[in-house]
Design a protein around this ligand. Structure first.
Ligand code: SF4
Length: 276
């Protein structure tokens, strides 16, 4: 009998649960209901919502005038909110309170003339929402990109909530060498850190790790990278159907999941692993 151990915590975080709850509350209220981009990076959740009438818009102009729209936990650029409002769309703000806190920090410092350096993935919705609040900014995703920056005297360094603590520290040290007065704001979400720590710890006790979550989910990808750090077999799957056959040979397997992975998908993966 295989031993299957779940990392704790794993799965839905507060911000994602809150955004999903807001969508659930709006379903069936009368107006057409949209999200701007997927409400979370999980295909199965998205398909379920679509089957219940929730529509996906890529741009504000896809949203019918007078309908409702739930903003996802990552938040959006202010410019997109303005375009939605100009169409008479009722906005329900599902932006995670922790991301909101990053927005306020950037607005405050940018308003005081600061240049903002953001560590994160420039194509990620959260980072676009952060960058959209800074008058002058640079987005970096690696230490070597940070090395190339020239920093003005007034510089703020802030990060996407899902970056790894080691990446944050490496870039922070580079920026402080360039400008010791750089204001540092570590916005890594405790939910992210706790999930990374649990994976780091569990992967020292098991023979293989399975990370469950959407392919587009950046926090899931980072959990997978963390699992690989201990030189054990690790895989990233969206559902139980993707479990690779190599898992047969391991008797003790750890499981974790990104912050946008529902409990029923995690449970199904664990059930399938037990029966391998
Ligand atoms: S990972 Fe943290 S910051 Fe991101 S949505 Fe969840 S609770 Fe909010």
């Amino acid at each position: 009998m295989k031993e299957i151990i779940k990392a704790e915590p794993c799965g839905f975080c507060m911000g994602v649960r809150r955004a999903i709850d807001l969508v659930e509350k709006e379903i069936g209220q009368g107006e057409d209901l949209f999200t701007l981009g997927p409400i979370i990076h999980n295909r199965q959740v998205q398909e379920n919502l679509a089957s219940r009438g929730v529509r996906l818009a890529d741009i504000p102009e896809d949203v019918s005038e007078g309908s409702s729209l739930v903003i996802r936990a990552h938040g959006v650029e202010p410019e997109l909110e303005e375009r939605l409002m100009s169409r008479g769309v009722k906005i329900i703000d599902g932006t995670c309170p922790k991301v909101k806190s990053s927005h306020r920090t950037i607005e405050e410092y940018s308003g005081n003339g600061y240049f903002v350096v953001i560590l994160g993935d420039k194509n990620h919705g959260e980072v676009k929402g952060l960058a959209g609040r800074a008058d002058r900014h640079a987005v970096v995703s690696t230490a070597s990109e940070a090395e190339k920056l020239t920093l003005p005297e007034k510089t703020l360094f802030i990060c996407q909530t899902t970056v790894k603590d080691s990446e944050f520290e490496e870039v922070r040290d580079i920026l402080l060498t360039k400008n010791p007065h750089t204001v540092i704001r570590n916005m890594i979400c405790a939910a992210t850190m706790k999930r990374q720590k649990a994976v780091r710890e569990l992967s020292t006790r098991v023979e293989a790790m399975v990370i469950v979550g959407g392919r587009g989910s950046s926090n899931t990808k980072r959990l997978y990278q963390t699992a690989l750090e201990n030189d054990i077999f690790a895989c990233h799957v969206e559902t139980a159907d993707e479990l690779p056959p190599e898992l047969h040979k391991f008797s003790c397997i750890g499981v974790s999941a990104g912050a946008s992975t529902p409990d029923d998908i995690i449970d199904e993966v664990m059930e399938r692993l037990r029966s391998l």
